[in-house]
Write a protein that binds this ligand. Structure first.
Ligand code: GYE
Length: 387
């Protein structure tokens, strides 16, 4: 608009001067005026284009300089940038895991942490990893929601030269990561099964009809716990009435247990919940259905995780035995990063040890794969010391 206005004003001025100075015919004057206007407009357009080009170049230069300053500042701070693609916020265990990571990878400890809660969405988790590649972080930590579907994005991390550390759940279809740090879910499942065998014998319970409320389908925590428990169940000839996922949530546990109470009323004497939050939901459902559980009652209730709230339910006589999964793996992950920073090679698999918990009368001797296990009696002090 401005360009046009300028052109028109200049053209008018030239027409006036032609009319005054040369005494030409009207047509000649009009033609000359049109030519002059076109020339001025072209010139104005060229000038504006050149100015726009220069402005764009200046903006680019300024942006590049800002990036360089930012990078230099980051390097100067000496901070290590870490992207963590967390599963979600489905359970007490997850809350403890997130807190542990945020505490360890804090600015005070020399880290810039990009934390993404993936809300149990597999696609969102892959996108989070890709956003860390875009940010060019120094390390990527992944707690894989499910165990498969990882090779493509891990190849992208490898191509970008960013080391990946897997925490908690495992990846089964790719080996493009430096280390895995977590618990042995298969052993947890077997421990629950072997404990049940010994405890049922002690109680004189000869027939076992069990239900499983499983974790997120396809997660290694679900697969390991289910497989481990089933291995013992099969060997002992127990009957599995049903297995359904409660997605590691309290609401999911309650919903599944409500349907189990209707479908298998009076037929089950063991309920296995693959985490504490599902057990809390199952307890509500059993309360509503008038089913009693815990030591000395109709149903033996087995759970995994053994976070504070879970141990409180053991102490209160609700959960019969609780098989821990330690969520505090972040300090070990930091050890892996420190090893890499100093040019070393970290171990490919680092196991976080777990404990098994019950009240005194539910503590029995048992072995897993020939290894004698010990249990911890749940007391107020034990609960207070738990995460
Ligand atoms: O048992 C459950 C959580 O991956 C081991 O995920 C973890 C499991 C944990 O939601 O509570």
């Amino acid at each position: 608009m401005k360009k046009k206005l300028l052109g028109t004003l200049l053209s008018a001025a030239m027409v006036m001067s032609l009319l005054a100075g040369c005494g030409s015919t009207a047509t000649q004057v009009q033609d000359a005026a049109a030519d002059a206007a076109a020339t001025v407009e072209d010139a104005a357009a060229d000038t504006a284009d050149a100015a726009a080009d220069t402005a764009a170049e200046v903006v680019e230069d300024v942006e590049a300089a800002a990036d360089a300053v930012e990078e230099a500042a980051g390097d100067a701070s000496g901070n290590i940038s870490v992207g963590f693609a967390q599963v979600g916020h489905e359970s007490d265990w997850r809350t403890a895991s997130t807190k542990s990571c945020q505490d360890v990878f804090s600015a005070a400890n020399g880290y810039d942490l990009s934390f993404v809660d993936c809300d149990n969405d597999e696609a969102a988790q892959k996108e989070a990893v890709r956003s860390f590649i875009e940010q060019d972080v120094d390390y990527i930590i992944i707690d894989p929601i499910i165990a498969t579907g990882w090779d493509t994005v891990l190849t992208e991390c490898e191509d970008a030269g960013i080391p990946v550390i897997v925490i908690d759940r495992t990846i089964d279809d790719s080996d493009k990561y430096v280390s895995w740090v977590g618990s042995d879910f298969l052993t947890e499942g077997k421990a629950a099964g072997e404990w049940l065998k010994a405890y049922a014998e002690k109680q004189g319970v000869s027939e076992i009809n069990y239900l499983i409320i499983q974790g997120t389908t396809g997660s290694s925590a679900q697969i390991g716990r289910t497989d481990g428990f089933r291995e013992i169940a099969k060997r002992e000839g127990w009957t599995e009435l049903d297995a359904q996922t409660g997605d590691f949530t309290e609401a999911g546990g309650q919903e599944v247990m409500e349907s189990f109470c209707k479908s298998y009323s009076g037929k089950f004497n063991v309920v296995v919940c693959e985490n504490d939050n599902e057990a809390f939901g199952a307890m509500t459902a059993m309360d509503n259905a008038g089913v009693t559980y815990g030591p000395g009652n109709d149903v033996i209730l087995i759970s995994y995780d053994a976070c504070t709230a879970g141990l409180e339910k053991v102490k209160a006589g609700g959960i019969t035995a609780d098989f821990e999964c330690n969520p505090l793996a972040a300090p070990t992950v930091e050890g892996v990063i420190k090893t890499l920073e100093s040019g070393g090679t970290p171990e490919a698999e680092i196991l976080v040890p777990d404990n098994w918990y019950a009240l005194k009368d539910q503590i029995v001797d048992f072995s897993v794969d020939g290894n004698a296990q010990s249990m911890i009696e749940v007391t107020d002090d034990v609960i207070a010391a738990q995460y």
